[in-house]
Design a protein around this ligand. Structure first.
Ligand SMILES: Cc1ncc(COP(=O)(O)O)c(C=O)c1O
Length: 388
């Protein structure tokens, strides 16, 4: 028995030399806006808890109440005995809030993306000649979905619908699947959805959207999403809980239920999470101020950082990256902010392309105006050393 054949020591030393080794940093308590770590209280500008729901009392109470009735684990996969009435109720609610005929839960967003793409384009689907078209900046789970399926993958330049159109026109296969993030996780940019829908229709391609960073941030009933063939979103970000779902036609969901291996061969999420997610959907409807507050923070931060001369990306979302170039610079700036009680993650390759390492600020409705001002002031001090 030996791991020596993989030359891990040499590979890991190379990662360290390039500042690309990664580590977990245990948090003692808290999510957003404040956490405690190593005895230090930090303002968290690195969570995806965009509406500040992860610590909301209604979500906690729902989980506790359900825990008392049911216990913790689902006990089995959905297709065996793990699918509880509360999972069913949540699926129906998710179909209703997204406006799709049917929805199904997956244990994580990563698994949803693997499962959907594999079920549609993998060897079980008889789509050997199919092509998956993906934005170059798509989330790793979408790319891995195409890899797992063994499908031919064409990655178009970020948001370049023109290039996508060209490829769709040239390629003669009849099975074409376009897959894209709705809001890109490391840039905060948003896909031109109407153009993509038009493109997909023109070329009779299917369109799958991953709305991990958008779901819950638009008011459901006021601004429904435009219809796509496959709508996927996660529940661990703005919704504040855990898991993911896919929504679409009844036929799509029935097919995935029988064919998505990451749904079939895994334990269902603890039902108390479903109870908490239902509570989160109620809170979003009852407390619209959360979306308004988040938007105010986004506007304020962008205005201030633009005035300070930072290189921002054209993001209107809760994700506001500052490009600082090298991985070393990104780590150094993150460390300086940490010393001032501000937690902002440095994002480095391979998560983002080389030379575009960045500080990824994420805003939340749970941040107070004062917290956002504190971050702005701290960045003003460091700007001359780190701007691009
Ligand atoms: C765009 C996108 N899709 C999918 C995922 C995976 O979701 P999950 O964390 O539920 O696995 C993430 C992030 O985690 C993401 O940012």
């Amino acid at each position: 028995m030996s791991l020596a054949q993989f030359q891990l020591a040499q590979k890991y030393a190379e990662l360290q030399a390039q500042f690309l080794d990664r580590h977990t940093h245990p948090i003692d308590q808290g999510v957003t806006p404040l956490i405690q770590r190593n005895g230090q209280t930090l303002i968290n500008f690195s969570s995806n808890d965009y509406l500040g729901l992860a610590g909301h009392s209604a979500l906690k109470d729902a989980a506790i109440d359900y825990l008392k009735i049911h216990g913790i684990g689902a006990g089995a996969a959905h297709l065996v005995t793990g699918h509880q009435a509360i999972h069913e109720q949540l699926e129906q609610r998710l179909a209703q809030v997204t406006g799709y005929p049917k929805a199904m839960l997956f244990s994580t967003g990563y698994m949803a993306n693997l499962g959907v793409i594999d079920a549609l384009m993998g060897h079980l689907s008889d789509s050997r000649d199919g092509i998956v078209y993906q934005d170059r900046l798509n989330h790793a789970s979408l790319l891995d979905g195409a890899r797992l399926a063994g499908a031919k993958l064409r990655r178009y330049p970020h948001l370049d619908v023109g290039q996508l159109n060209e490829w769709l026109r040239q390629d003669s296969t009849t099975q074409k699947l376009i897959v894209t993030d709705q809001i890109f996780s490391m840039d905060g940019s948003e896909v031109p959805l109407h153009d993509l829908i038009k493109t997909a229709e023109q070329h009779q391609a299917a369109l799958m959207i991953d709305d991990a960073h958008g779901f819950g941030l638009r008011h459901f009933s006021n601004s429904p999403l435009p219809r796509v063939d496959i709508y996927m979103a996660t529940l661990g970000k703005a919704i504040g809980t855990f898991g993911a779902f896919v929504a679409g036609s009844e036929l799509l969901i029935n097919y995935l239920t029988s064919r998505a291996r990451t749904f079939i061969f895994t334990t269902a999420t603890p039902p108390l999470i479903a109870a908490s997610t239902l509570a989160a959907l109620d809170v979003i409807e009852q407390e619209p101020w959360r979306q308004v507050k988040l938007q105010q923070h986004i506007d304020r931060l962008r205005t201030a950082l633009t005035e300070q001369g930072w290189q921002l990306l054209p993001s209107q979302s809760a994700i506001q990256p500052i490009i600082v170039g090298s991985a070393e610079n990104a780590l150094a700036l993150s460390k300086k902010l940490l010393e001032q009680g501000l937690l902002v993650s440095a994002i480095r390759p391979p998560t983002v392309p080389r030379g575009t390492s960045r500080l990824r600020i994420t805003l939340s409705a749970a941040h107070s105006d004062e917290m956002v001002e504190q971050l702005i002031k701290a960045l003003m001090v460091h700007q001359p050393l780190f701007r691009q």
